[in-house]
Design a protein around this ligand. Structure first.
Ligand SMILES: [Zn+2]
Length: 218
């Protein structure tokens, strides 16, 4: 079954930002349609794969289980429908010039995703929709229930690895548009993605930067 990507809503963006977000979503759709992508997800080396259901205790998922959630488009607490859902609201978050950059934030399992406006602009100015697609995949992993532990400086976890695999899948076709400075900024430097969380018992966590109301989940 083909995996579909659905962009439901974009808020807080001007026409140029919206158009570039749509391009990033299209790139992500291409990566997901690549037969090599899920195979790479299954066989990747993960340092950490903590995932938490809406109710119940966290556990570490296998590469096979991670690929299955992506293939089925399963957001946390939702039924598999083969569709990766996206909605965005751009927000103003600290840029690299502030010394503490934040790329975006996602409350675990909750739309909308809040990408940093400076990050969308930087990708747009560089013409780099591949790294934007990579970032969207990272954020979708939080929608699906994967979280950073003990904090989001932990590279090699499911969100970072699968995000990187999106970039690597697109690289043969779109390598020329990838801006190495943005790649470095996303993966190699100490970057606060704003979506850390070590929830107990499947409690929904709102990121410190999130505007989403935190929803008690009993
Ligand atoms: Zn993250």
């Amino acid at each position: 079954m083909a995996i579909t990507v659905s962009l439901r809503d974009v808020r807080g963006a001007d026409a140029a930002q919206r158009e570039f977000i749509e391009r990033g979503i299209a790139r992500l759709g291409e990566a997901l349609a690549d037969p090599g992508f899920l195979a790479a997800v299954r066989s990747a080396d993960y340092v950490e794969t903590r995932w938490t259901p809406l109710h119940g205790q966290w556990r570490a998922l296998t590469g096979e289980e991670i690929a299955a959630r992506i293939a089925a488009g399963t957001e946390r607490g939702r039924e598999p429908d083969g569709v990766l859902e996206f909605a965005f609201e751009l927000v103003d978050l600290p840029s690299p010039e502030s010394g503490k950059q934040v790329l975006g934030s996602t409350a675990l399992g909750c739309l909308p995703i809040h990408p940093a406006r400076w990050f969308v602009d930087r990708c747009r100015e560089a013409g780099d929709a591949v790294n934007l697609a990579s970032h969207f995949m990272h954020e979708w992993m939080h929608l699906s229930g994967f979280y950073h532990w003990p904090d989001n400086k932990a590279r090699g976890d499911a969100a970072y690895v699968v995000g990187r695999l999106v970039r690597e899948t697109l690289e043969p076709k779109y390598g020329a548009e990838i801006d190495p400075a943005i790649t470095e900024l996303m993966h190699d430097r100490e970057t606060d993605c704003g979506c850390r969380g070590n929830p107990e018992g499947g409690v929904q966590v709102g990121g410190a930067w999130s505007r989403s109301p935190s929803t008690p989940s009993g």
